[in-house]
Design a protein around this ligand. Sequence first.
Ligand code: NAD
Length: 388
Amino acid sequence: MKIIVLGGDGFCGWPTALHLSARGHDVIIVDNLSRRKIDVELEVDSLTPIRPLGERIRAWRELTGREIRVENFTIGQHYHRLLTLLQQERPDAVIHFAEQRAAPYSMKSSWHKRYTVSNNLNATNDVLAAIVESGQDIHLVHLGTMGVYGYGTAGMKIPEGYLQVTVDTSNGPCQQEILYPANPGSIYHMTKTQDQLFFFYYNKNDGVRITDLHQGIVWGTQTEETRMDDRLINRFDYDGDYGTVLNRFLMQAAVNYPLTVHGTGGQTRAFIHIQDTCRCIELAVTHPPAPGDRVNILNQMTETHRVRDLAQMIAGQTGVRIAYQENPRNEADENELHVANDRFLGLGLDPIKLQDGLLTEVQEIARKFADRCNRDKIPCASQWRRHA
Ligand code: NAD
């Protein structure tokens, strides 16, 4: 298949591009390198020494003989470059990772809120409009988040995107299927909930074939391909804005920095290993919805954990202390999370479990690069709440 990977220089996009290239697909990356520029803004670096995109691509060619082409432009701004790319390349699928993806970053200031909204919403709308204008039947695979559901699910199992509801009418009970009600917890999550409406609309109006993957928090760093050579290494964010909870804990343990647990740590979250992210995306690309199908929504996660349980597990394995801190987020202290993920399991996903891979990650990556860590960048400085 010919596949365009939007955001293919990022944490999920890079290993996915390699995974697909290694399996014989013809891959083209589009990325404006905004994530690397945000590192400059935040005065922080990936814990792992990631190489410039050109060097990554040359190393891949040298090791495998396979070519990945790269285009550097902004999705959501350079519409005609995107449209021309689709017209010339005629891809089977486009995978859309090209969004600002950190909730704390999206809450830093009004500038960051506005940047996140305009970047993410214009990117998604431009991709959909360009697919329609190209006149081609291109399957769009989008990386969404479990966060669109909110986290207060009152014990019910979160379905894969849709909810059956019964409404009382004068003619008796009426059954309907609706999108699971959106409940964003940050500006970033709000853009993801709005993406869902774009998908619903373009699918209904123009028949665009779309798979929306509601992904859990990704942990781990390396995949089969990124491990092949130091020049292919994946990024590892540990800072208070981009560091997702489990990777941040692993690195904190490696440098013996008390694990920062927000509030009681009673928040339950969904997780998936980066290698399984690549496998799920490959499964999604190779199992497109049939023409005329509604938006295909899958929950891309493999296990759920309470944040304080994770902290205790890592503290138990490494001896690091836990530091409970005031929660900067506006969220419930404790929540339950039950998630349906039967569809990926049904397609043959055999998940990597946290218990199996955890210590290897600490040893291989966090300890190896611990001297690159800037301890000042670990705390989360963003505040969700308004202060008087
Ligand atoms: P990332 O920031 O590492 O990668 C995103 C890439 O897209 C970057 O390389 C960036 O330069 C590029 N980009 C951003 N906006 C662009 C634009 N307008 N035009 C061109 N390129 C642009 O993020 P990630 O962790 O790889 O996440 C990828 C996707 O997966 C995001 O949409 C995110 O919401 C979703 N997701 C990630 C996680 C996670 O734990 N990392 C969890 C759930 C969902």
